[in-house]
Write a protein that binds this ligand. Structure first.
Ligand code: GLN
Length: 194
């Protein structure tokens, strides 16, 4: 069984730990560099990407995260986690930095004020058995991607799920739905990389 960490600086850590356990992965929270070193893959949860970025610096995690992602550790980011995996943010708060790993430009809070939170069915490439129910909460979208990036899903004409090598990200939160297929897909990616 691969050991999958959930970055536990801020955000909906517990929901991801539960979803991973239900997808038959062994999961544990990760806050420190030595905890990161012990896992085979990492989930970066939803939450608030500016705060997460600041806490990653405070905990001495930004550089270790960059190094492991660059070295090919499987990583899955949901919502704020997607923002953390972007090479570039269109509208960053001052001082907001990312881990990178996916050659994409993201727009934060992109779906707009009138529609800050909603659920939608999303056809996600690589997930069998019909669309997944996506929960979008002040969600980003992907404005553009580089040639190496595979688009896994679009919603309303905007890119909402991507993969580049061992890095995958979704604008939405599959961990809030009780459907663990996305976490199952990620667990398969971690097994394949080991
Ligand atoms: N709007 C948040 C951000 O910019 C992301 C929201 C979420 O993770 N649900 O970080």
């Amino acid at each position: 069984t691969p050991l999958i960490g959930v970055l536990a600086l801020q955000g909906d850590v517990r929901e991801h730990l539960t979803a991973l356990a239900q997808a038959s992965a062994e999961a544990r929270p990760v806050r420190r560099p030595e905890e990161l070193a012990a896992v085979d893959g990492l989930v970066i949860p939803g939450g608030e990407s500016t705060t997460m970025s600041k806490l990653a610096h405070l905990f001495g995690m930004m550089q270790p995260l960059r190094e492991r992602v660059a070295a090919g550790m499987p990583v899955y980011g949901s919502c704020a986690g997607l923002i953390m995996l972007a090479e570039k943010i269109l509208d960053p708060r001052s001082g907001q930095e990312t881990v990178g790993g996916i050659d994409m430009i993201v727009r934060r809070n992109a779906f707009g004020r009138q529609n800050e939170s909603f659920e939608a069915s999303v056809d996600l490439a690589g997930v069998a058995g019909g669309p997944v129910e996506g929960v979008f909460i002040r969600a980003p979208w992907v404005e553009s991607v580089g040639a190496q990036v595979e688009v896994l899903a679009e919603y309303g004409g905007h890119i909402v799920a991507v993969r580049q090598g061992n890095a995958m990200a979704t604008s939405f939160h599959p961990e809030l739905t009780g459907d663990h297929r996305v976490h199952g897909l990620f667990a398969d990616m971690v097994r394949a990389a080991r």
